[in-house]
Ligand binder design. Structure first.
Ligand code: ME8
Length: 650
């Protein structure tokens, strides 16, 4: 039987500038969906590309001193590299400057003209060049573009017009009869109430005041309006209007056009009307997602490194970026992007929940079964509950993905990861090992490994690189049949007897460095799980730190040179220290225990790599170590015998 098809598209991007991380949002989401559908057995076609014509690009090229073609070629090459770095698995990349597209667009225009949908007249009105959109006086907001709020230009030129009004009633009927067509629902209501019900004006579909576009086939003074040109990409890329339209026959209508909310109008009004005029079916769904915002507003490339996708991928890796984009914001809503939020997701979700689960499990397996997957033994109701949760998971995730709820799907997967982590604590393998309950221990370890395998397969659409790293450690890297959707529908497909290979931590914990905002790894590769150590008992893990953690402290001997009170702060003293010839200033909460006079000359222990901070407006460049007891006594930590200031304390 032929596979079911699934055709998904992103918008085609303007190569007017390098893209920022917000642009990657649509494409990452579309890629996750395409991968999910491939995983679940669909014959997928995933299209993306670039929207290269129009006044905006022509002006940018001119400003850069390049021909438009030269200008777009460079940016398009950069965009393709970016998609590669983000593991975007598109099947086709269409450029509107390609012959296959231009010829088909001209045929479409010709057909409209011949059937009387297009007529020639004169356009007088407003034009927003950044949005490439026409507006009437009535639609402007404070004289600016209602979409992007930027100034508009008055345009008066001879144009061809498309008779939109002819199709309005049919479109309203279609939207009302197909509740899934425009998603989320709020956007559907906006289209009907704000644009369709008030009546549609005919649309200007050609321009004469610049050249960078597809020429109108029968009137070379005109180029085709860039949105008519661009929207057609969804069918020209399938060979519509060419001799070989096999792909079009196979994949049209699209299952979903994924787009940002500001271009919903073009995709749910103009595009369906053009399709109706061509006598073609409409896409099944148009989903308008929200925007990724910065704390100080809308994203733009001018905001620098924080939004530069290349830089972010270099710092954090593409899987972490993809995870953040898909997990952080419910698809449809606006959300905020910040590096702090990204690092939190990496530390909590990826390093703690997921990475730790793998490390703990493999460390225990090494200790109890020499790293070899055991056959399950005695089963309890605790195991049954875990297996049921695992069995229900693929179905739940599929339902959420069908609603394009990426964040919900990941939340569901992470609920299961939390469940498995809790299972470790509940089943307490270390207790089973101590009391010699071998058969029970086998079951627990097996269930953990099989759960991790299920998790890894479900991660594939979202984070395409991480599963392979997990499979290598599980020892199933080449075992394709253990990496499929079918293999996770039933619990227990992981064969016993496999030798696991514990490796690097999946996601080292990170923190933002104070100086330039670049992330610092808190853990290093050397933190590979040390499987020779006792597995800590429940509750103990959090209290212990490794020698590497301790080594991150820069402790020094310092000599107090001066001390003085801080006015208005009766607990604080301002101290001047000598640390191996370097002067440091510290604010210390010791005024109740030491008078300023008795301090100079004391050699104390000083934390030299603490982030500087201001206390009561006074700069403090570190911290003194002191001991205090429950009775409220406090003494400074000093060296047992005199030693040079600046000496390292280890
Ligand atoms: O609109 N957050 O191209 P484009 C989320 N060429 N999404 C964002 C975003 C942000 N901060 N900034 C941009 C065009 N996007 C047309 C499309 S389709 C026939 C023609 C999304 O390069 C935006 O919503 O301006 C849109 O979906 C996509 O990036 C491309 O934007």
């Amino acid at each position: 039987m032929a596979k079911k098809t699934f055709y998904i598209t992103t918008p085609i991007y303007y190569p007017s500038d390098k893209l920022h991380i917000g642009h990657s949002y649509t494409t990452v989401a579309a890629d996750a969906m395409a991968r999910f559908k491939r995983l679940t057995g669909y014959d997928v076609r995933f299209l993306t590309g670039t929207d290269e014509h129009g006044q905006k690009i022509e002006r940018r090229a001119k400003a850069a001193g390049k021909s438009p073609q030269e200008f777009v070629d460079e940016i398009v090459a950069w965009i393709k590299k970016l998609w590669q770095a983000l593991d975007i698995s598109y099947d086709d990349f269409i450029r509107t400057t390609e012959e296959r597209h231009k010829t088909a667009v001209q045929k479409i225009f010709q057909k409209f003209y011949e059937q009387g949908d297009i007529y020639k007249s004169k356009y007088e009105g407003w034009y927003c060049t950044p949005c490439e959109a026409f507006w009437t006086e009535r639609q402007l907001v404070d004289g600016n573009c209602p979409d992007c709020n930027r100034p508009v230009e008055l345009v008066a030129e001879e144009s061809y017009f498309f008779r939109m009004s002819k199709y309005v009633d049919k479109l309203i009927e279609h939207i009302e009869q197909n509740p899934d067509f425009i998603q989320p629902v709020a956007r559907k209501n906006e289209m009907i109430n704000n644009f369709l019900k008030p009546g549609l004006e005919d649309l200007c579909v050609s321009r004469t005041t610049f050249d960078w576009g597809v020429p109108v086939p029968f009137d070379s003074d005109h180029v085709i309006y860039v949105w008519l040109d661009a929207l057609s990409n969804y069918i020209t890329a399938l060979g519509y209007g060419s001799e070989d339209d096999q792909l079009f026959q196979t994949y049209w209508p699209a299952d979903v056009h994924l787009i940002g909310k500001e271009i919903v109008r073009f995709h749910t009004i103009y595009w369906p009307i053009f399709l109706m005029a061509l006598g073609l079916e409409l896409p099944k769904k148009v989903f308008g997602h929200g925007w990724l915002l910065l704390d100080d507003g809308k994203m733009s490339k001018s905001k620098g490194n924080v939004v530069d996708p290349e830089e972010l991928i270099k710092r954090y890796g593409s899987d972490a970026i993809r995870y953040f984009l898909l997990r952080e914001i419910p698809f449809g809503a606006d959300g905020h992007f910040s590096e702090e939020a990204l690092i939190q997701r990496i530390n909590f979700d990826l390093a703690n929940d997921l990475g730790n689960l793998l490390n703990r499990t493999l460390a225990m397996l090494k200790k109890y079964f020499a790293g070899i997957v055991p056959a399950p033994g005695i089963t309890t109701s605790l195991d049954e509950e875990l297996k049921q949760a695992a069995a229900a998971l693929p179905g739940k995730i599929e339902a959420l993905m069908d609603e394009l709820q990426f964040s919900g799907a990941l939340a569901e997967l992470w609920r299961f990861i939390a469940r498995v982590n809790k299972y470790i604590d509940e089943a307490a393998p270390w207790t089973l090992a101590k009391s010699g309950e071998e058969s029970r221990l086998q079951s627990v370890m097996y269930n953990l490994l099989e759960s991790i395998r299920i998790i890894s397969v479900l991660l594939l659409p979202f984070m395409p690189r991480t599963p392979e790293r997990i499979w290598r450690q599980l020892g199933i890297s080449g075992e394709i049949h253990l990496q499929t959707w079918e293999s996770i529908l039933e619990f227990g497909k992981l064969p016993a007897g496999i030798q696991t290979v514990p490796g690097d931590v999946l996601f080292p914990r990170l923190e933002l460095s104070a100086e330039d905002g670049t992330p610092v790894r808190q853990a290093t590769k050397k933190d590979k799980p040390d499987t020779t150590k006792e597995v800590p008992k429940k509750g103990e893990e959090k209290k212990l730190i490794s020698i590497d953690d301790f080594a991150r402290l820069d402790l020094r001997v310092a000599e107090i040179k001066e001390a003085e009170p801080i006015s208005g702060a009766d607990k604080l003293l301002k101290l001047k220290l000598d640390v191996g010839g370097e002067e440091k200033q510290v604010v210390a909460g010791i005024a109740k225990h030491y008078s300023p006079e008795e301090l100079p000359g004391k050699r104390v222990l000083f934390v030299a790599n603490l982030k500087p901070a201001k206390l009561r407006g006074v700069l403090s460049e570190g911290m003194l170590l002191a001991a205090s007891d429950d009775a409220g006594n406090l003494v400074l930590a000093t060296t047992e015998a005199p030693i040079k200031s600046g000496s390292r304390v280890k």
